[in-house]
Design a protein around this ligand. Structure first.
Ligand code: NAD
Ligand code: UGA
Length: 459
């Protein structure tokens, strides 16, 4: 099938950057990203590029280059579906918060709504591409909805999971390790492969069956998260044995079978996907009665929760077993640097724990707004909105956030934190002045020379 028009349902962290890059690399294809969220679409259309709903290095430049030419953001979902030969489903697939599989299974209601929407309005043949991360065998459900419409429209379903990481989305999309396309129809697979072939070398475009493609995405995230839990488990052992987790990571990473990436010990992984995708994997394994498999992967999450808790416990015990009424300065709220995304950020859980111990928290993050921080905490339902507002203050300026603080907790590895005038910060803090470096980004010798009581992860 010749593709002249693409529709992407879901203008989020995946739909936005992915389609912007497809549009940039395929100037002859019209790409329209649609969403039910009118505010989000308005923000994507904002003339002021600093108001785009998603912050990703390099993204604003691509949007500026393509928007209004062959990249469009719209709320006219039906119109865009019918005008396109290829439709990407890139909507959210969060963990279910109700009913069967609550807290474990992926909630597929948004995906199903998209399939029903496509079935309802399509009058010409379509290739439907699963871009969202979905449980293995979801394509079967989508197909069943699409083929039972009673119309003559022919639908082909492809699985094309996305492997970009936030903060490096544009680079990951421009230079992917691989593009994965799962499908039954060679024609449909090649129609999508041709779009990627505009910039991705053929040998990196992998074709598989649909089920392998769906399961590969969950497996990739499970392996990546497992590596972090593995190094975090070792970090705790390091703290008891005078081994250094940085030295251990370097030593094992030089083994070409292990490799050096993704071995940074931390306060625990966050982000919208690792936890949700592993829980989903665990749920699927249990649904096939594969309990040993399920228990194995569940441990990755258990260790991650332990790592977050361990960090706040250590902070409290170091501050003489109480943080009640003490000011804790937090640097960073995003789940990693170079993104404004805070979903499942470790900072939220550490803050929540410290708040339950009656700490006063002062936060600075270069990209996260006060309202986002408050809504993240309110979502946990641990205390009232008013209490969260009274106990958590957000600052536009780091030095003010840390003034008179008893301790600094580094939650995100933003580069700018390394370049602060730490002597000035020390002078403005209560003494003894503590730093809890949850990202291992500061130099222990420099900090102790200034006078800080410095501790990091795994040292
Ligand atoms: P997101 O929440 O940022 O965006 C999803 C968008 O879909 C929202 O704007 C929402 O309004 C819209 N939407 C939901 N239902 C809709 C409907 N019926 N019609 C129109 N719009 C609808 O989510 P995201 O982070 O972009 O993730 C999307 C999918 O991609 C998820 O399955 C996720 O697991 C996967 N994924 C995410 C990342 C990442 O880095 N965030 C990376 C790889 C894969
Ligand atoms: C992750 C995967 O890396 C992507 O391939 C995948 O497409 C995506 O999930 C998804 O499916 O959503 P992302 O969550 O955006 O991407 O970012 P990562 O770089 O993987 O970081 C995840 C978390 O792990 C962050 O909190 C990060 O700080 C933490 N991390 C990462 C560590 O603690 N240590 C490391 O060594 C690496």
């Amino acid at each position: 099938m010749n593709i002249n028009n693409i529709c992407c349902i879901g203008a989020g962290y995946v739909g936005g950057p992915t389609m912007a890059v497809i549009a940039k690399m395929n100037p002859d294809i019209n790409v329209t990203i649609v969403d039910i969220n009118t505010d989000r679409i308005a923000a994507w259309n904002d003339k002021d590029l600093s108001k785009l709903p998603i912050y990703e290095p390099g993204l604003a430049e691509i949007v500026e280059e393509t928007r209004g030419k062959n990249l469009f953001f719209s709320t006219e979902i039906d119109k865009s579906i019918d005008a396109s030969e290829m439709i990407f489903i890139s909507v959210n697939t969060p963990t279910k918060t109700y009913g069967k599989g609550k807290g474990m299974a992926a909630d597929l209601k948004f995906v199903e709504l998209c399939a029903r929407n496509i079935a309802e309005v399509a009058t010409t043949d379509k290739i439907v591409v699963e871009k969202s991360t979905l449980p293995v065998r979801t394509a079967q459900a989508i197909k069943s909805i699409l083929v039972n419409t009673g119309s003559d429209v022919n639908f082909q379903i492809l699985s094309n999971p996305e492997f970009l990481a936030e903060g490096t989305a544009v680079q990951d999309l421009l230079n992917p390790d691989r593009v994965l396309i799962g499908g039954e129809s060679d024609d449909a697979i090649e129609s999508l492969a041709k779009i990627y072939a505009s910039w991705v070398p053929q040998e990196k475009i992998l074709r598989t069956n649909v089920w392998s493609s769906e399961l590969s995405k969950l497996t990739a995230n499970a392996f990546l998260a497992q590596r972090i839990s593995s190094i975090n488990a070792i970090s705790e052992l390091c703290e008891h044995t005078e081994a250094s987790v940085s030295e251990v990571a370097r030593a094992i990473g030089m083994d070409s079978r292990i490799g050096p990436k993704f071995l940074n010990a931390s306060i625990g992984f966050g982000g919208s996907c690792f936890q949700k995708d592993i829980l989903n994997l665990v749920y699927i394994a249990r649904s096939y009665n594969l309990n040993a498999v399920a228990d194995y992967w569940e441990q990755v999450i258990i260790l991650n929760d332990h790592q977050k808790r361990r960090f706040s416990d250590k902070l409290i015990s170091t501050l003489y077993n109480t943080v009640s009424g003490k000011k804790i300065g937090m640097l960073g709220w995003a789940f990693k640097k170079d993104t404004n995304d805070t979903r499942e950020s470790a900072a939220i859980y550490v803050a929540d724990h410290l708040l339950s111990e009656q700490a006063n928290i002062a936060v600075y993050d270069p990209k996260v707004s006060k309202s986002k921080m408050q809504s993240d905490l309110n979502y946990l339902n641990t205390r009232s909105k008013e209490e969260n507002e009274a106990l958590v203050k957000t600052y536009d300026e780091p030095y003010k956030a840390l003034q008179d603080a008893h301790a600094v907790a580094i939650m995100t590895e933003w580069d700018e934190f390394k370049t602060y005038d730490w002597k000035q910060i020390f002078d403005s803090m209560k003494k003894p002045a503590f730093i809890f470096d949850g990202r291992n980004i500061l130099d222990k010798n420099d900090m102790t020379k200034i006078g800080f009581e410095y501790s990091s992860i795994g040292h």
